[in-house]
Design a binder for this molecule. Structure first.
Ligand code: GCU
Length: 666
């Protein structure tokens, strides 16, 4: 599992022979670290896939050749300057050309990093068995910021991490530059991920202390050739903890000076430092509201310190207050919408995909479209805190796609969330586990996140197919069933955990396994009963105008749809409505029967995945086959646990008999 989707295993001999007719020689510059990274990757890939190392050259051509470079780095590419410029700083071009009487394959870009991205694209074509005839690819990323957020603590523990301990070995940094850091950078560059926040949003001030900055600088040095900038989560009270000040008030001149000095210090060590990610006044974290100031005052304090160096502040909208709100789903919008226009230009507000917290299914967050004067990033979770950790097979591509393609209808039709974004952040599922992600299939979620960050319109099904081909084998008899499993898996999890718009029914604290009965304790919104509101008459959270009116935070067209029991999309029904048990569903069944049926269906879907996987025995190497099969059987057992526990609990509330054909939980 270590090689991820960059296995470069030998292709079928006929295919390899065909590719060799295009790719016998690599002509590439090797003056900069990024040029060398591109060259080395291509050589590594071709040697593995085609079973033979290509000839290497830096300028002259002996066909058939692949020619890499930028107008600055290659005299062969220089004449294409005009054509290439339009691709932007990170774009690239792949096409055939005639140079010096030879037909060559160009991987050309305005900047070195585009060439590296182009090399990964070319390798992907080979890994998936695509034809190189008539090749014509022009690519540029749609989003400027494509970041991983690591929730890694300095002691090596990863918050909500299910893939071992942190990849960052703070103790041995900066001296020991583990080669695994380079492999991490390669994997991210293969997807176009261009930034990484190294530490947890629940940040320790220590990560800004000189010792830790030296360690972060070592990582930045390793990542730089791969186009990845380092960012840090900043603790708002760091001027007190590290600077010995008595306040962190953003309007205090001493505090402002401290952050300016800190920014200067960081940039002397990391000249291309990306900026800060901040969780403030949420879940007990310090923030500007501690001093009676606003989120804008807080964000602008840091933004002003970073601006001279070109850094950004990603200020999170995940605010989760001390007082229990009438409806937790409304809080971020309530606190932020009035601040639109109040932020400095280098502030980006980072908004989770949905208004609660990375649930198996949520509607899109109402802040998307509601802050037209503020750059926004969407934050999704790659690690599966609420989706069965690393053991349940749940492909998140469809979840990300659904969020990105949600139509906010703020500018008439066609304003999808994706179109409103400046960037995207994924809470990483990476640790020091041999598979990186805690399971083979969780690698697909890192992969899909990166591909969608590059192009949010890419169908998640196609991404799954690429991943399966690269990770297992390009043969369609393997790829097709794996894709079917993956595409069904998210809906399966929704069904056996939280069907029909239910949410936050997981056990308290760790969020693994069912807990719809969770009640009591310190806060109402830490209970499940707060979210499902099941009673003798029905179930669901009334967020219409008669209830919390969360629907009122969406644009009028979206609100009208969600508000109307007849028009609200069934997958979100119980998110927005408290619905009688007898309510007739699209299937013709009463809600109670539908709910039980969905839970059972979820278990059947997992059984289906097991059967599909069993059919791949002998076509997937035994080592990986056996582990995936074991995880699926665990998932099947736990899907049943979710189903039985949830049905039994809701039955105790509804008092209804099980529908015909449903068996009682043991
Ligand atoms: C969730 C998660 C926390 C995390 C928080 C956040 O609530 O359970 O561990 O800190 O999100 O996004 O800040």
């Amino acid at each position: 599992g270590y090689a991820l989707w960059m296995r470069y295993a030998p292709l079928q001999p006929a295919l390899a022979a065909d590719y060799r007719t295009h790719l016998g020689e690599v002509v590439s510059p090797d003056q900069t670290p990024t040029q060398r990274a591109a060259r080395e990757e291509l050589v590594r890939g071709l040697s593995g896939l085609l079973g033979r190392a290509p000839r290497m050259n830096t300028a002259a051509i002996a066909a058939p050749a692949v020619v890499l470079g930028t107008p600055q780095s290659s005299v062969l590419i220089a004449p294409l300057r005009k054509e290439i410029e339009a691709l932007g700083d990170e774009g690239y071009l792949l096409r055939h050309a005639h140079i010096d009487g030879h037909t060559v394959l160009l991987v050309a870009a305005p900047q070195d990093i585009g060439v590296l991205y182009g090399v990964f694209h070319l390798l992907r074509l080979l890994q998936t068995g695509a034809s190189l005839d008539a090749l014509e690819v022009r690519e540029s990323p749609r989003l400027r910021l494509r970041l991983l957020n690591h929730w890694d603590n300095l002691d090596g523990y990863v918050e909500r991490g299910y893939a071992g301990r942190s990849l960052w070995d703070w103790q041995t940094l900066p001296e020991w530059r583990d080669p695994r850091y380079t492999d991490y950078a390669r994997a991210n560059a293969s997807l176009g991920i261009n930034g990484t926040v190294l530490n947890n949003v629940n940040a320790s001030a220590q990560s800004l202390a000189p010792d830790y900055l030296a360690k972060a600088a070592a990582l930045a040095d390793i990542f730089r050739p791969y186009g990845i900038r380092v960012y840090l989560s900043a603790r708002f009270s760091a001027p007190i903890e590290l600077g010995g000040l008595t306040t962190a008030d953003p309007l205090d001149p001493a505090v402002q000076r401290w952050w300016r000095d800190k920014a200067d210090e960081i940039y002397t060590r990391i000249p291309d430092f990306g900026g800060f990610l901040v969780k403030a006044n949420s879940e007990g974290q310090p923030g500007p509201q501690d001093y009676g100031r606003s989120h804008a005052d807080g964000a602008n304090l840091l933004a002003a310190a970073l601006a001279p160096h070109g850094g950004v502040v990603m200020w999170r909208a995940f605010v989760y207050a001390h007082d229990v709100p009438a409806d937790r789903a409304t809080q971020a919008y309530t606190e932020f919408v009035g601040l639109d226009g109040a932020f400095l230009p280098n502030v980006i507000v980072q908004v989770k995909n949905g208004p609660i917290d990375f649930q198996p299914r949520e509607p899109f967050h109402p802040l998307f479209g509601a802050m037209p004067r503020t750059p926004l990033m969407m934050e999704v979770q790659i690690t599966k805190e609420y989706l069965g950790f690393a053991t349940h097979l749940v492909y998140l591509g469809p979840l990300y796609e659904e969020a990105l393609q949600s139509d906010t209808r703020v500018r008439g039709e066609g304003a999808t969330v994706a179109q409103l974004l400046t960037g995207i952040a994924g809470v990483a599922n990476i640790g020091n586990d041999r598979t990186w992600s805690g399971s083979h299939f969780d690698q697909a979620n890192w992969y899909a996140f990166g591909r969608l960050a590059w192009n949010p319109r890419h169908p998640s099904r196609d991404i799954a197919a690429d991943w399966a081909a690269m990770t297992f084998t390009p043969s369609p008899e393997v790829v097709q069933p794996i894709v079917e499993m993956m595409m069904d898996s998210r809906e399966a999890a929704v069904n056996y955990m939280t069907p029909l718009g239910l949410h936050h029914l997981m056990a308290r604290g760790h969020h693994y396994g069912p807990g719809p009965w969770v009640d009591g304790g310190p806060r109402a919104d830490w209970t499940s009963v707060y979210y499902h509101r099941a009673d003798r008459h029905g179930i669901g959270f009334d967020r219409t105008a008669h209830g919390s009116n969360a629907v009122g935070q969406y644009s009028p067209e979206v609100a009208a749809e969600y508000e109307d029991l007849a028009r609200a999309p069934e997958p979100l029904l119980l998110w927005f409505h408290h619905v009688p048990w007898d309510h007739r569903m699209a299937s013709g069944r009463p809600l109670w029967d539908e709910l039980v049926g969905r839970y059972t269906q979820g278990v059947r879907q997992v059984q289906g995945m097991q059967a599909t996987w069993a059919g791949l025995q002998g076509r997937v190497d035994a080592q990986r086959h056996v582990q995936v099969a074991a995880f699926l059987s665990l998932q099947r057992r736990e899907a049943q646990w979710w189903r039985d526990a949830s049905v039994a609990y809701f039955q105790s509330v509804s008092g209804r008999p099980l529908p015909a054909g449903e068996t009682a939980p043991p």
